[in-house]
Ligand binder design. Sequence first.
Ligand SMILES: [Zn+2]
Length: 362
Amino acid sequence: MYTVIGQNKIQSTWNNMLASGQIPHAMVLSGDDGYGGLSMALNLVEALLCQTPRNDMESGTKASSLLQGCGHCPSCKKMSDLSHPDLHVAFPMLTAARKKQGQKARGVLNTMLKANPYLSVDTFLNHFNTEGKKNVAGNITSEDVKQILSNLTLSSFAGGWKAQIIWHAERLAKESNKLLKLLEEPPPQTLFVLIAPNHKQLLTTILSRCQLYQLKPVAYSELTHLDDSLFNGSPRPTENQWKMAQHIPGKVFEQEEDHGQHEEAEQLAKELLDVLAQPPSSTSIKRLELSAKKLSSAAATLQHKTLRYAAHLAEDYHKTDKMMRGELASILSLIALELGQSVRISTRIMGLWLNLHQKIKL
Ligand SMILES: [Zn+2]
């Protein structure tokens, strides 16, 4: 489950769509990566494939404005690392990296998206640009399209829906013609989600077969009722920052060039959560101080990425319930605040940490 700020109208339409079972077979999400279209599409598929869908989907309540699966069932767990056999994701790749890194690419996409649900395709592709070339564009090739056609002619693994997401469908170029027949007569219980910065870049013959959703700028006022944990460990942006970023969330949270930091951030985040999942003791306090020390000596972008990734992991942490996830997120944001000042664990953090474990015991 990815946190996407705004787009409430679309999310509530989707909630109703899932509740009523009236699911279109193909849709287009149109808008800059910074709106989080890919994350939204993955949330939709997670909810669609979830084995125990939430029953509190009535529209209008704050908790249900975000579309999500239960987060705990086997299907949701597989969705959380993009390994669900009924989820297919096609995305652009650099020609040079395709052979060498093709298999790893999906794992990289998963890690990067967890650190930043508004991941841009350029940042993603840059990860594979090991030779440091400038202006390298990735594409979706005829091989990918062959794969899409074969994915969708197979029956679903779990016997229910299957989904094909195409991130940056505009990079299909001429290849998109080959999908027309499939879009015209899709196999039953198949959902296509095409994501493009601008739907006008897609063939009209493709567009006419899809339901179109236009992603919209997010008004600053939509942030005021949001919980701090929704900012993935980043400080709450100011109104001015929001304006400067043209009301596009991803532009606010955009990271600087971040070559190779993802594995490191993932490792650090896991360390942090592993320690916090244990009750405080002299050993675990030392371990937490050690993790905080590592974190405080890291570059600012790595710190940010680690805390955002940790906040996301805390959300997925299957051993935890909703309350504990909230507590974990607030401890993490406190650690974020205190970083740089001291690596000794403050009494405030200690208090929260103890509190958390007392609640678990009850
Ligand atoms: Zn589920």
